[in-house]
Design a protein around this ligand. Structure first.
Ligand SMILES: CC(C)(COP(=O)(O)OP(=O)(O)OC[C@H]1O[C@@H](n2cnc3c(N)ncnc32)[C@H](O)[C@@H]1OP(=O)(O)O)[C@@H](O)C(=O)NCCC(=O)NCCS
Length: 106
């Protein structure tokens, strides 16, 4: 086995609605191996595993410059709180209006 080069985790957290939000992160790649595509591969793999989970959304706190390329959007675009660039959501269902006003877990 080679040395583990990066990691990500995602955990189910309770939401007000029957479907849940999945909290993804923290994600990190060894400094000497950053910018080689590892973080992107981890993210694509994580999203592919939860896309058909039946949950409502993936929640992530992170760099607003990095994650939109994977489909994350600012949480406030969906009416979710807090309204800050680091709070991001990847929708897993077409309509998230039922969650408007909900504060994201941290
Ligand atoms: C953020 C992180 C996970 C990305 O992993 P990575 O393997 O370096 O990323 P990739 O090689 O797949 O992607 C590189 C792209 O991400 C961008 N990127 C990397 N780190 C970035 C950052 N901190 N902010 C903005 N963009 C970043 C690069 O500019 C590059 O963009 P390009 O493809 O347009 O050139 C990694 O840099 C890291 O571990 N950073 C330190 C810990 C951290 O900040 N974790 C995130 C907490 S939200």
């Amino acid at each position: 086995m080679g040395r583990r080069r990066g990691r990500e985790r995602h955990d189910p957290v309770p939401a007000r609605q029957p479907r849940r939000a999945l909290l993804l992160g923290p994600m990190s790649v060894l400094p000497e191996q950053q910018r080689q595509g590892i973080g992107s591969a981890l993210m694509r793999e994580a999203l592919s595993r939860v896309r058909d989970s039946g949950e409502a959304m993936v929640v992530l706190w992170g760099h607003p410059e990095f994650y939109p390329r994977f489909g994350f959007r600012r949480a406030s675009d969906f009416g979710l709180l807090p309204d800050t660039p680091a709070a991001m959501v990847y929708p897993l269902q077409a309509d998230l209006r039922a969650y408007a006003g909900l504060s994201l877990p941290h």
